[in-house]
Design a protein around this ligand. Structure first.
Ligand code: PLP
Length: 402
């Protein structure tokens, strides 16, 4: 269609949608589908947080706020970053947006010029590459290995950097792999970043609180000499089960945050006043979300342990034990090349995911969507009962493939 802009035409639609839509269609026609595709907590927003939102409505706190976010929330975010991450920011270094996704896009648009390179380790979250394209920048993908727990190899990073390298996007804990970057590895990466003065780091820390001890979270900006070089993105969707509230934020050097704020002023005029009040309450739950978040993390951990145990026993499935987030990224490539009667050839992650859905009613996202076609992503933000049923079905589905 020549009537559409080249910018939009170059964008890839979200591949996670294909499976999600198909699953929804099946559900509508009465087929019970086990849904393990969505990247969304199965918990409700904590009551006290929801109440704060409802109070905001009752109190008539329903008007435009400051574009950058209400001072109360930005101050609470500064406090959180200081207490939990060892980072000192002033409220004018914080920009509150409609979800971390918007924070990320604005950061990419603010720092990238056409032709700049955005370095993205794969497997990556689906939007990074497309957001780079929206900035007319070039995504440069660096594959990682399951045997390295899907962590970026510093040598690979070094070999890909050029004078055009502008942004390195890190995501820890990671969607889709659940990997958590150890501090020592981040320090190595920081030493490389330090040698490339034009390179900045966009650190997506949205799964920070969903982490399984002994793994610990390190904010990239807290590393030596990285404060000025890092844009930190975080949000409320995952840890506080607040996906529908649309609330996230960016922290970074003042001039870059100001640029993002200018952009946001022409795009959305800031986040919802109601969600922001809820955000203040969420941060009031205590360090790392206090008991409320700890309970959710405990449940995620049990589910992770259950899946890891079961998939470790499955011949032909390869995994790296996730240390955070609520995903398991499983290498099923040993089964590629199988021909299934009544279905056809399973040649890649898309055909395998389609097979699981079509023949066994289990919806998962093909790894291809995340830049790794050997794997399939399971979201375990669902009950143990559902996961038990899923494992039985997946085992059954794989049987004829051997
Ligand atoms: N970053 C990662 C890695 C995510 O998985 C998601 C949500 O799926 C986001 C950012 C966006 O979150 P939000 O709901 O705050 O826009």
């Amino acid at each position: 269609d020549t009537s559409l802009s080249p910018r939009v035409k170059s964008l890839k639609p979200s591949k996670t949608m294909v499976i999600t839509d198909l699953a929804a269609t099946l559900v509508q026609s009465g087929v019970p589908v086990i849904r393990l595709a969505a990247g969304e907590p199965d918990f409700d927003t904590p009551q006290i947080v929801a109440e704060a939102g409802m109070n905001a409505i009752r109190d008539g706190f329903t008007r435009y706020t400051l574009n950058a976010g209400i001072t109360e929330l930005r101050e609470a975010i500064c406090h959180k970053l200081k207490e939990e991450n060892g980072l000192s920011y002033a409220p004018d270094q914080i920009l509150v947006s409609n979800g971390a996704k918007q924070s990320l896009l604005q950061a990419v648009l603010a720092v990238c010029s056409p032709g700049d390179e955005v370095i993205i380790p794969a497997p990556y979250w689906v939007s990074y590459t497309e957001q780079a394209r929206l900035a007319d920048a070039t995504p440069v993908i660096i594959p990682t290995k399951i045997s390295d727990n899907f962590l970026l190899n510093p040598k690979d990073l070094e070999s890909k950097l050029t004078e055009k390298s502008r942004l390195l996007i890190l995501c820890s804990p990671s969607n889709p792999t659940g990997s958590v970057y150890p501090k020592s590895l981040l320090e190595e990466i920081a030493r490389i970043v330090a040698k490339h003065p034009r390179l900045m780091v966009l650190s997506d820390e949205i799964y920070e609180h969903i982490i399984y001890a002994p793994a610990t979270h390190t904010s990239f900006a807290s590393l030596p000499n990285m404060y000025e070089r890092t844009l930190t993105v975080n949000g409320f969707s995952k840890a506080f089960a607040m996906t529908g509230w649309r609330l996230g934020y960016l922290a970074g050097p003042k001039h870059i945050v100001a640029a993002c704020s200018k952009l946001q002023g022409q795009v959305s005029s800031g986040a919802s006043s109601i969600a922001q009040k809820a955000g203040v309450a969420a941060l009031g739950l205590g360090k790392a979300g206090g008991e409320t978040v700890a309970e959710m993390v405990k449940a995620y951990r049990e589910r992770r342990d259950f899946l890891v145990k079961n998939f470790r026993e499955m011949e032909g499935a390869k995994i790296s034990e996730p240390q955070g987030a609520f995903y398991l990224f499983i290498d099923f490539s040993a089964y590629y090349g199988s021909e299934v009667e009544g279905f056809g050839l399973i040649s890649d992650s898309s055909s395998l995911a389609l097979y699981f859905l079509d023949k066994f009613q289990v919806a998962m996202v093909p790894g291809d969507a995340f830049g790794d076609d050997t794997c399939i992503r399971i979201s375990y933000a669902t009950s143990l009962d559902v996961l038990r049923a899923a494992v039985v079905k997946i085992r059954k589905a794989l049987e004829p493939l051997r």
